[in-house]
Design a protein. Structure first.
Length: 219
């Protein structure tokens, strides 16, 4: 099965353009007539189909407004437009940022257990933490106007957080309690009827929603 790729390539590499072998960083000087202005991304780009180590690829030489250097965006999809290529690369970039932040701030690679299920649980918790923090950041940066919308926003976010917490509890049941014969209905009933646990879950959801102001209540 063929898998297409998209990414950046160093501009000191040689590609075959027609019958000419050229360094990528020399192409903008030679093909100035092919430069296209893109208002959407505020940049200039040059689209070309070339051969790299015998493989056909499509490259977009991109220079953002105000930048002196050209970057080389590469894809194996020969019919891909520049706008679509930039959208796909932005998605890839957000994934890379997630892994960087998760490793540095949320200890993604810190699990030292010998149990595979423990690693799955650890990665799942990190992803949930990142999702909750990203949601809070987005809400804080794009504040709505009016008490009605504010209350609705808080309610929807709180319900989302609670749903994620309960989904995690079900995952914990599947991983740790199912194999020892604990009944699912009994497990859920115990969780629902345990006032102390329910208050802790609600307190944790409030802490994620409102931040430090409820930290003492949760503790």
């Amino acid at each position: 099965m063929k898998l297409d790729m998209i990414g950046l390539m160093k501009t000191n590499r040689k590609v075959l353009l027609g019958t000419k072998s050229l360094l990528i960083n020399k192409i903008p000087e030679i093909y100035r007539n092919k430069i296209v202005n893109c208002k959407k991304y505020k940049c200039q780009y040059i689209p070309l189909k070339v051969l790299y180590k015998g493989s056909p690829i499509k490259i977009f030489l991109v220079r953002m407004n105000g930048q002196p250097t050209w970057k080389c965006l590469v894809t194996t999809q020969s019919k891909l437009s520049f706008i679509k290529a930039m959208k796909l690369y932005q998605i890839r970039w957000t994934i890379e940022v997630f892994f960087k932040d998760a490793k540095q701030q949320l200890n993604l690679t810190g699990c030292q257990s010998n149990d595979f299920d423990a690693h799955i649980a650890h990665y799942s918790l990190v992803c949930m933490q990142f999702t909750a923090l990203s949601l809070i950041k987005r809400v804080e940066e794009y504040e709505t106007i009016g008490n009605l919308l504010l209350n609705l926003k808080d309610y929807l976010i709180r319900q989302t957080i609670l749903r994620k917490i309960w989904q995690l509890l079900i995952v914990i049941y599947d991983q740790f309690f199912l194999n020892i014969g604990v009944d699912l209905d009994l497990f859920i009933r115990k969780l629902i009827n345990d006032d102390n646990l329910r208050n802790r879950i609600n307190g944790f959801a409030d802490f994620l929603l409102h931040g430090k102001e409820n930290q003492l209540q949760y503790a």
